[in-house]
Write a protein that binds this ligand. Sequence first.
Ligand code: DAH
Length: 339
Amino acid sequence: MENQIKKLKDEAIKEIKQSKALAALKKLEVKYLGRKGELTKVLRGLHDLAEEQKPKIGQLANEVKTELEQLIKNIQIELEAGGGVQTSQPIDLTLPGQKYPLGHLHPLTIVQRQLEEIFSRMGFMVLEGPELESEYYNFESLNIPASHPARDMQDTFYIKDQPGWLLRTQTSNQQVRTMEKYGAPLRAIFSGRVFRREATDASHDSAFYQLEGLMIDKDISIAHLITAMKTMLKGIFKKDVKVRLRPGYFSFVEPGFEVDVSCLLCDGKGCGVCKKTGWVEMIGAGLVHPKVLAAGGLDPKIWSGFAFGMGINRLVMLKYGIDDIRLFMSGDLRFLEQF
Ligand code: DAH
């Protein structure tokens, strides 16, 4: 019995010392010390021994067990540190250190920060607002009364048992809040997450990011709006981008527009992303409706302004040629590591 244990010990030590990877080491640990391991078997067999042998053999087996455990631990530490097991070999101190993977910003954050920088340079404040919002700021103050069909344009998540509260469907919720707080003249952008209760597909997600902008002063015209949009797009795409305005309905602007951007993936020639039209619908915009100015405490006879809003996801998709909006929230490192 004694010899059997000693033999087992020698074999185990030899094998353990040779292991070059943590997985292999783990296997050996199970092989010798596991519940059905070889040494464990010996310990289990103790009761069959003659009474006077028990203490001696028991002690020996326990010593071997401790010794092997210690050895495994040491080798594990060496393996984890990336060092070889053969400590007899000299260590090469000139080897470069191990590189740890560094995290980085999400593509939406990268572009959001670029947008903030571009608008800061044009004198815009960079603000944030609440995601949990009242019906008043998300809809009513924006000239969308309760019975208005425009409410149906954006399917809304309402808050259970809290009448009048919802997850904002648009960053436009910040417009009247900002006018109330800062008055006029005013230049501000606000970006953040918005929520829509709708089926998801390659171009729709139930949570996405918007950037909204508001400029209020005397005699603001569509020319100001177009200049701001072109400056923004040039800053993001690093080249002149053609824009086209089409009439569009948004209750909080009059007149309202859809601003299309020439497709950068095909240079306007027509491709899958622009649905062969050469244009991508990108921004909603217009001149601030007098009722909205009034809701913000500003006299529409004195003040005028433009407002715009757009999905940042869309912009990032066009910039990097991404074809599925759901990738942004997927947490998939194969996607994220490309930025
Ligand atoms: N809030 C609109 C949306 O989510 C986008 C928008 C359109 C914002 C026109 C504006 C605007 O400020 O003037 O679809």
